[in-house]
Design a binder for this molecule. Structure first.
Ligand code: ADP
Ligand code: MG
Length: 244
């Protein structure tokens, strides 16, 4: 049975696309077959970040509107289990209800996970349209504005009875000692969401954006691996914060 993960977050720039890719790569390393869907209509980026934009002919709007799925998805080079469905270059081509139905039909496709990279902000209509067992992962940075966004998202998900968990992204161990940054317990309490993982600030992740080469290393790779394992049902403790 395919598991649907929807990655969301308040502001642009909190790391939704980076985490969608990092998580998808980690799931592939666990031998899971992953379809990554870029739903940031008009602002697509995953095709570029994964180095497949030159082969892009059809996108998610074509697949949602009836074109055969496998003619629309792009295999990602050097990552045999990862495929991408790119976002359309214009906004408004995908209706939320049609997208929800489309994702529902993928339950019989050859994937273990579908990871949907959602646009910034809240979109209750779209969340409601997704299959009820969708797991929402809210990306939050350790600052007050981002935490308030996560709390808003937590409330919207609660209102429509959907399951959401929290990823704290761009964490640095020195934040623990600096009161200007939110501490992890406060972020969890204020967001009202359960924590599924913490991703460190990573130079490699930032470089991946510049060069279209998304091979992760070091702590960020380990962080995504832990989140992927938890999504697969493993019960892993959080490492000591200074080791994240
Ligand atoms: N953990 C991280 N460490 C370093 N840079 C990051 C991290 N997460 C995201 N970034 C950087 O932040 C910027 C925005 O990330 P992106 O994933 O596009 O956010 P979003 O999809 O939420 O708009 C990019 O330049 C990306 O490299
Ligand atoms: Mg994005």
């Amino acid at each position: 049975m395919v598991k649907i993960i929807a990655v969301l977050g308040g502001k642009g720039g909190c790391g939704k696309s980076s985490c969608s890719i990092g998580l998808s790569l980690a799931l592939c390393e666990l031998k899971k077959r992953v379809l990554l869907i870029d739903m940031d209509e008009g602002m697509r980026c995953l095709d570029m970040l994964l180095g497949v934009s030159e082969s892009l002919l059809f996108d998610a709007s074509d697949a949602v509107n009836g074109r055969e799925l496998y003619s629309c998805i792009l295999p990602v080079k050097n990552t045999p289990n990862l495929s991408l469905l790119a976002a359309p270059s214009e906004k408004g081509l995908i209706r939320p209800d049609a997208f929800g139905k489309f994702v529902g039909t993928l339950s019989n496709a050859d994937f273990d996970f579908i990871v949907v990279d959602l646009p910034a902000g809240t979109n209750e209509e779209l969340y409601k349209a997704l299959p009820t067992d969708t797991e929402f992962l809210c990306i939050c940075n350790p600052n007050a504005v981002s935490v308030r966004d996560a709390a808003n998202i937590g409330q919207v998900l609660g209102k429509i009875n959907r399951r959401g968990r929290l990823i704290i992204n761009r964490f640095e161990p020195y934040f623990i000692k600096n009161p200007i940054f939110k501490n992890i317990d406060d972020i969890i309490d204020e967001s009202g969401l359960c924590l599924i993982g913490i991703v460190p600030e990573s130079e490699r992740l930032a470089f991946a954006f510049l060069g279209g080469d998304f091979r992760l290393i070091g702590r960020a790779k380990k962080a995504f691996r832990r989140i992927a394992e938890r999504l697969c049902g493993k019960n892993l403790p959080l490492p000591k914060l200074k080791k994240i």
